[in-house]
Ligand binder design. Structure first.
Ligand SMILES: [Zn+2]
Length: 207
């Protein structure tokens, strides 16, 4: 008989790039990401028809960020049931759609705000309004009055979704989607490398 070795190591062919900017700058050095292989369900609160399209912006952000993981470390999936959502996206014009968690929810006047609350190495689960379950780890609030065009809304949403998949920092380069006031709508190579680096590291906080 031949013997068989089962190796528990990571796929050695995957080269992890260096990050282009610090992905833990906003978290005091804490690296956060979804557990490997996670299907991340994203719900977008409905908006009145006729204005800028929040759902469309989220859908495009989901497609562009889903293209970044090298080993399907996460897959974002837009869902239609709020009660099953890991991530809820809403506009400032409607009431906060989840019951507040343990951390202060303080978007003040931000154009975009991504919230999660670390508790013992995990993101606390929040209860969507009118739900009985605690499912939601991340809440994204955007202020669509700050975006004059669909392109500007797309850039804002792409930026916030970048935070929601593990980039806890901002790029100093204006051409990156993770620049504080982004103008591009899809992750650049620098954004992609930064997230790929995060996905290859151990998390301090699992979403
Ligand atoms: Zn940001």
């Amino acid at each position: 008989m031949t013997s068989m070795l089962l190796l528990g190591c990571d796929n050695p062919t995957v080269i992890r790039p260096d990050f282009a900017y610090d992905p833990t700058q906003l978290t005091g050095g804490q690296l956060y990401r979804w557990s490997t292989g996670a299907r991340v369900r994203v719900f977008v609160e409905p908006m009145a028809a006729g204005g800028l399209e929040l759902a469309g912006a989220v859908q495009r952000a989901v497609v562009s960020w889903n293209a970044v993981p090298q080993e399907r470390e996460f897959t974002l999936d837009v869902v239609t049931n709020r009660d099953l959502a890991d991530v809820i996206v809403y506009d400032r014009s409607i009431p906060q759609p989840v019951v507040s968690g343990s951390c202060p929810f303080s978007p003040s006047g931000a154009a975009g705000y991504t919230y999660f609350c670390p508790l013992n190495g995990r993101a606390e689960r929040l209860r969507p309004l009118a739900s009985t379950g605690f499912t939601t780890a991340i809440v994204i609030r955007v202020d669509m009055t700050t975006t004059a065009t669909q392109a500007a809304l797309d850039a804002l949403v792409a930026h916030e979704v970048g935070h929601a998949v593990g980039i806890g920092g901002h790029s100093p380069q204006t051409t990156d989607v993770m620049y504080t006031r982004p103008t591009v709508r899809t992750p650049t190579d620098r954004d992609r490398n930064t997230l790929r680096n995060v996905l290859g590291r151990a998390a301090d906080i699992t979403l």
